[in-house]
Design a protein around this ligand. Structure first.
Ligand code: FBP
Length: 561
């Protein structure tokens, strides 16, 4: 039986994504301009020493022109890496279209299940029909994704062998900061060994933390934040109708709070925690609880025993005492032998005996549920899997205790009834918005342009994104430019630095200026579902974050520039 398609899917298959004006005339009508040599965001000497061949390359931009490099026959491989983000299929479609336009004999291979596919030689060759069936759809199911870290000599060797077998001269890695760190190390390895294989990255992550002057946003952020905002605003309407619950909504975003901040600006909830602010103000867990309980009590005085609070997924790692404890825990677990064979109680006893006294005290103070979640496996990059830590429930439990205390002291006379939610996976595979569909297609198409000009160790860069697509700028930036040294698995490693929320930037300032008002008044905004067809103001506008950063960049000197 033929696969059943929804009406929207049928229509979306026919959507023609827009390209930046400079790319719209085709890859053959392009020339490349090189800028100044680049450095690294921090720890430059270490990065330079580790990336002897790929450090310091210039930023490049494309201009209309002509070239004689497009038509050379090429086989290219592509990997989807890390968490799903809406638009991944379009990156591959853009890459495929550019590659076939350059030379019909070119081939695109998709490695299956993430980086492990290239190591194990699991792949498919893309065809017109297969690509056409995935245009403008969400998900990464076109070839699957995975989180295997590409870092050992053995993995690089296998990757090289598999590329040789398929005659692949360029690999495109579509991923976030960790995956593009893989791209940088693989690119350096190929250069050092004269393998003749280029590596190009594409900036993906719903978290929005892979960004700088040249990467204005990672793809998927637009669609994911609009999806979550729709859900939040539906809950806000429910809250205003029933007037009986406090909804605590944890929002995805492993580390930075860009997702939470964008959703807050779109929906105007009563409470929004920002991890970066928690860290800057050195707020303890108890202080966060006091802050939230304070708002709950004030609203109760107004007769409002309801509200909506947004909790960033990664906040636990930004609370100083927790951060220190988690770092200590990560090092302890990295050094522990046979930890997995212990019973849960033995694990807890072991950890409590090995942590330093301050960290042990923090760990012991947590409910058993959270202790267990903190001991779960790290991801392949050594990160705690914060999506599995139920911070929203931890806060609810602690707030209940606090409100009871306040009740005894006559500081609170309300009724607290809670609902906990976690929005993350709901938004990662949504149909990409028009913005993400266009942006992703452009990133993929542009990745081929970087390949045809012989570049390696570069990230595909499409800029000027608040303007119409015809005015977008295209080019590439060296991956090493975004790197610094960080502690992973107990050792210092070169990694792409995450872009956290800038507390002096216009996006946070907007929240700061309004949050007291939003806490007590119910200024909820009801955003509704993503629209794909209709007026451009409804269908094509991107995020408030991008708009504010752009507007501010024109007139001020803050870090958003
Ligand atoms: P990427 O950085 O790989 O894009 O993944 C982001 C993310 O969606 C985080 O927001 C979340 O913490 C994590 O992935 C969840 O990972 P998993 O899909 O492995 O459960």
């Amino acid at each position: 039986m033929a696969k059943e398609l929804s009406s929207l899917q049928k229509e979306r298959l026919n959507y023609q994504p827009k390209l930046p004006g400079v790319l719209a005339n085709g890859v053959k009508n392009l020339s490349m301009k090189q800028g100044e040599p680049t450095g690294a965001v921090a720890d430059e000497a270490d990065i330079k020493a580790l990336f002897k061949n790929s450090f310091g390359m210039p930023i490049v931009t494309f201009e209309k022109g002509s070239n004689d490099v497009s038509s050379k026959q090429r086989n290219v491989g592509v990997i989807l890496s890390g968490g799903q983000a809406p638009g991944g299929h379009n990156v591959i479609a853009g890459l495929y279209d550019a590659l076939k336009e350059a030379n019909r004999e070119n081939k695109l291979y998709g490695f299956l299940g993430g980086p492990s596919g290239i190591i194990d030689g699991e792949y498919i060759e893309f065809t017109d029909e297969y690509i056409d069936a995935h245009r403008n759809t969400g998900g990464f199911d076109i070839i699957g994704s995975g989180r295997t870290k590409l870092e050992t000599e053995e993995q690089f060797k296998k990757t090289w062998d598999n590329c040789k077998k398929l005659g692949i001269s360029a690999v495109v890695i579509i991923g976030g900061d960790d995956s593009n760190t893989n791209a940088a190390t693989l690119g350096e390895y190929f250069m050092a060994n004269n393998a003749g294989i280029q590596v190009i990255g594409c900036p993906k992550t719903i978290d929005g933390d892979l960004k700088n002057d040249y990467i204005e946003v990672s793809f998927g952020f637009d669609t994911a934040t609009k999806t979550y905002s729709e859900l939040i605003s539906n809950i806000q309407r429910d809250v205003r109708s029933a007037k009986k619950y406090w909804h605590f909504i944890k929002l995805m975003g492993r580390s930075a709070t860009h997702v939470g901040l964008e959703c807050a600006l779109q929906t105007q909830p009563n409470i929004t925690l920002i991890s970066e602010e928690v860290e800057q103000k050195k707020m303890s867990l108890a202080q966060i609880v006091d802050y939230m309980a304070g708002i709950i009590a004030k609203r109760a005085e107004m007769g409002k025993n309801f509200g909506v609070a947004l909790i960033p997924e990664g906040v636990i790692e930004f609370i100083p005492e927790m951060k220190a404890m988690i770092a200590n825990l990560n090092d302890t677990l990295a050094a522990a032998k046979d930890f997995d064979n212990l019973s849960q109680q033995e694990k807890i006893d072991f950890v409590e005996s090995k942590l330093d006294s301050a960290s042990a005290a923090v760990f012991k103070s947590l409910p058993r549920l959270i202790q267990n979640q903190l001991l779960m496996d790290r991801d392949p990059h050594g990160n705690v899997q914060v999506s599995k830590i139920e911070t929203e429930k931890l806060l609810i439990e602690m707030i209940k205790v606090k409100l009871n205390e306040m009740k005894k002291n006559g500081q609170y006379n309300g009724k607290f009834s809670d609902q906990a939610h976690f929005f993350g996976y709901e938004g990662r595979c949504a149909f990409p918005t028009n913005f993400d569909a266009d942006y992703c297609y452009s990133l993929g198409y542009n990745a081929f342009a970087l390949i045809q000009f012989g570049l390696s160790g570069y990230l595909s860069s499409i800029r000027n994104l608040t303007a119409p697509a015809s005015e977008w700028l295209a080019g590439g930036i060296p991956l090493t430019m975004m790197m610094n040294m960080e502690r992973r698995h107990g050792k210092m490693k070169p990694v792409i630095q995450k872009a956290l929320v800038d507390l002096n930037g216009p996006v946070f300032k907007k929240l700061e200026a309004n949050r007291e008002q939003w806490a007590l008044n119910d200024d909820y905004v009801f955003v509704g579902a993503i629209q794909y067809f209709g007026p451009s103001s409804v269908c094509d506008t991107t995020t408030k974050t991008l708009a504010l950063e752009k507007e501010c960049g024109k007139k001020c000197e803050c870090a958003c520039k």
